[in-house]
Design a protein around this ligand. Structure first.
Ligand code: SPD
Length: 427
């Protein structure tokens, strides 16, 4: 009798760090390596670690392929274990050698040598048909996760392993993935921007509280928001004459048009003008008092969105707002980014006035912590909790079949939990 299995242990050194940090690419290559050798794949399970590194295993009918990567050392430890005569582990190894295109060493170890083991004659597992739940050929279960994280907190969504859109522009990396629980997901620099299933929470709350308060909005500016979700909510208002969308990165618009048509559908609306530019420069040069509503629908404060959290930017917005104009901006999470949340609130109060800034919270189920804020600043004395017409809101919600916003939520979302009130107290 020969050994039960053949185990190849391979060291890949001087690999490209980017390849070693790409969980989706590695999972794909490991699956292809298994298939190249004629193995039958049962499941795969791959994880990306913080801040870098990937571990994963492909379980095959004939044993497994496993990998652990250290991008910071440009090193990958790979092992391919096969049993039986049908699969040659060296074919998988050869495949991976090409993928990594790096220096390598590899050795084969015989596992389960006949002189060390003995076959039991008494052990008999139940026959296949006696076992519950096993019918037909094995199903391939890919287990790949996308993670949006800070140094201390993260949210992970399982996706099907395919990256539908992937572009790295001069500003950022823009990707679209297909998640199992939330449908398609738009990610910028590994941060979740929106998912098909819950984007309405964000976009409806970004637009309707301000629109239902002001009532006479004609000219709107959206800074960011290239996915089109906020624009889609705005075009529901006949009173609006013009919507100017200033998006820094054309790739966001392209990704959304290609893969998130439910968000992007009104980007071609005749009232909408799209300008590819930096919103910070745009607002600096904007005509004073030219917009009734400015929406800052940006990303988190890293990369090109960092400037969307500065005092100068909001001073420029105040000048560009009409006398009764309103600003709505995304304010991060009191749980996830407390310091940014507090600092933004403080800046807005110093610019617009203590009693002119109103913070609302809503359920952002795919943003880390699930609790997200939007901040409204008014130039008039309108109060979002008092100066609304509930009947109008109810009629609007019904006509437009809104998924999240309603008249009761409008009022309650401006009521803050005690710990959030404490964060913002006397500031
Ligand atoms: N952490 C995510 C915050 C992103 C806010 N903007 C999302 C853009 C959706 N239009």
């Amino acid at each position: 009798m020969k050994a039960l299995g053949r185990h190849i242990l391979a060291e890949f050194v001087n690999c490209q760090s980017e390849i070693l940090n790409d969980v989706s690419g590695i999972e794909k290559s490991m699956l292809e390596a298994a298939k190249a050798a004629g193995a039958t794949v049962i499941s795969s399970n791959f994880h990306h670690f913080s801040p870098f590194g990937v571990s994963g295993v492909v379980v095959i009918q004939e044993s497994h392929l496993a990998i652990h990567t250290w991008p910071e050392y440009q090193y990958a430890a790979v092992d391919v274990f096969t049993c039986g005569e049908t699969v040659d582990p060296w074919i998988s190894f050869e495949f991976l050698k090409k993928v990594f295109g790096a220096e390598y060493t590899a050795q084969e170890i015989q596992r389960g040598l006949p002189d060390k083991i003995q076959k039991s004659t008494s052990y008999r597992p139940p026959l296949r048909e006696e076992r519950i739940g096993i019918q037909g050929p094995p199903q391939v279960l890919r287990n790949v996760w996308f993670t949006d994280k800070s140094d201390t907190l993260a949210l992970s969504l399982r996706y099907d392993g395919e990256v539908l859109y992937n572009k790295t522009t001069v500003y950022q990396q823009v990707r679209v993935l297909n998640t199992l629980a939330y449908g398609k997901l738009l990610a910028i620099n590994n941060m979740i921007m929106c998912t098909e299933r819950d984007e309405a929470h964000y976009h409806e709350m970004m637009v309707h509280p301000a629109m239902q308060l002001h009532k006479k909005v004609k000219n709107v500016l959206v800074i960011g928001g290239g996915d089109g979700g906020s624009v889609r909510e705005l075009v529901k208002y006949k009173s609006i004459e013009k919507i100017t969308l200033v998006e820094i990165d054309e790739a966001v618009i392209e990704a959304s048009k290609l893969h998130l048509p439910a968000l992007a559908k009104d980007l071609t609306h005749p009232k909408v003008q799209i300008i590819i530019a930096d919103g910070i420069d745009f607002i600096k040069k904007a005509k004073p008092k030219s917009f009734d509503l400015v929406i800052v629908d940006g990303s988190d404060p890293v990369g090109p969105a960092e400037g969307l959290f500065t005092e100068d930017f909001y001073k420029d917005i105040k000048s560009a707002l009409s006398d009764d104009g309103i600003l709505m901006t995304q304010g991060e999470s009191p749980m996830f980014h407390e310091s940014t949340f507090v600092a933004l609130n403080q800046s807005l109060k110093s610019i617009f006035g203590q009693d002119k800034v109103h913070t609302l919270l809503f359920h952002a189920t795919t943003y880390p912590s699930g609790m997200w804020s939007l901040m409204m600043a008014t130039k008039s004395t309108l109060n979002p909790k008092k100066d609304i017409n509930t009947n109008d809101i109810q009629a609007f919600v019904k006509t437009n079949k809104l998924r999240y916003y309603n008249d009761e939520l409008h009022v309650s979302s401006f009521s803050l939990p005690n710990f959030v009130q404490d964060m913002l107290k006397n500031r």
